[in-house]
Ligand binder design. Structure first.
Ligand SMILES: Cc1cc2nc3c(=O)[nH]c(=O)nc-3n(C[C@H](O)[C@H](O)[C@H](O)COP(=O)(O)OP(=O)(O)OC[C@H]3O[C@@H](n4cnc5c(N)ncnc54)[C@H](O)[C@@H]3O)c2cc1C
Length: 239
């Protein structure tokens, strides 16, 4: 398809499919590839794409010098803004050879918002004291239609499943809202959440490092603050 329309820029979402297809396609087309781009290319001097490196601690600006360019863009990496341009949307039904590997079963999690694509994420740390208190986060997540996440310390203690662990060694996410309750904000945790658009932190320690990365912060005991926030949110939502 790319060859038949002489595409010179091919953009994927940096999701599971994009991560699998973009490098293969760029090899076949002898095209330069930037995976995990976080903004639109800067074309003022060549073709330069910004991407996260070192677990989100730094950015690299990578110039693509080949005529054909392949980019995979991190989901949620920048705001969707309505532009003035028009685009023709063409549906294609490509004919593919018999694949060498086949997905034999897909087991979807029921009734949960998938964390990787969630717009809103409610996350908890060791400050919640134990798994028996997680209802505070789960209830709030249900009211908001949010996904739940946790720190590695929490997953390591088996309070929550490992697929909820975010950070350097867990999932890297970029939701519109990351709501962190009882999480200290260690650098390894921030590496996975610092691309969130708005970060709200609740911690009883005013010196907790997470406050430095927060857009909004509440210094307080999660066990007092969370029930009030849930109540207030229910009222706003008319629930
Ligand atoms: C190589 C390496 C990789 C790592 N990768 C990750 C990673 O991917 N993700 C990750 O999360 N961590 C990672 N870590 C661990 C990280 O360094 C921290 O140890 C971890 O994030 C701490 O988790 P926490 O904030 O839940 O717990 P703690 O550090 O114990 O912090 C708990 C916080 O809760 C607050 N608190 C306590 N009681 C209350 C209350 N009642 N109300 C409100 N607040 C309260 C405390 O003030 C404190 O700030 C990694 C570490 C290493 C060395």
């Amino acid at each position: 398809m790319a060859k038949s329309i002489n595409a010179d820029i091919i953009i994927f979402s940096n999701n599971m499919d994009g991560r699998a297809i973009a490098p293969r396609l760029s090899a076949r087309l002898k095209a330069g590839l930037v995976s995990g781009a976080v903004s639109l290319p800067d074309i003022s001097n060549g073709f330069v794409v910004k991407k996260n490196v070192f677990s989100g601690k730094a950015f690299a600006n990578v110039a693509i010098n080949t005529p054909v360019k392949v980019i995979s863009l991190n989901p949620n990496s920048y705001k969707a803004i309505e532009g003035e341009g028009t685009a023709e949307i063409v549906e294609v039904t490509p004919s593919a050879e018999e694949p060498k590997v086949k997905v034999t079963a897909v087991n979807k999690l029921q009734g949960e918002v998938p964390l990787a694509e969630a717009e809103l994420v409610i996350s908890g740390g060791r400050g919640l004291k134990g798994p028996e208190n997680w209802h505070l986060l789960v209830d709030f997540a249900k009211v908001l239609g949010a996904a739940t996440a946790c720190s590695r310390a929490v997953a390591d203690a088996d309070w929550r499943p490992h697929h909820e662990h975010v950070g350097q060694t867990g999932l890297a996410i970029a939701p519109n809202l990351y709501f962190a309750v009882g999480i200290s904000g260690a650098i390894q945790h921030l590496a996975g959440v610092n691309r969130s658009k708005v970060i709200v932190v609740i911690n009883k320690d005013p010196e907790a490092p997470f406050f430095k990365a927060a857009d909004y912060g509440i210094v307080g005991d999660a066990f007092e603050v969370m029930p009030k926030i849930i109540e207030a949110t229910k009222k706003i939502k008319g629930m």
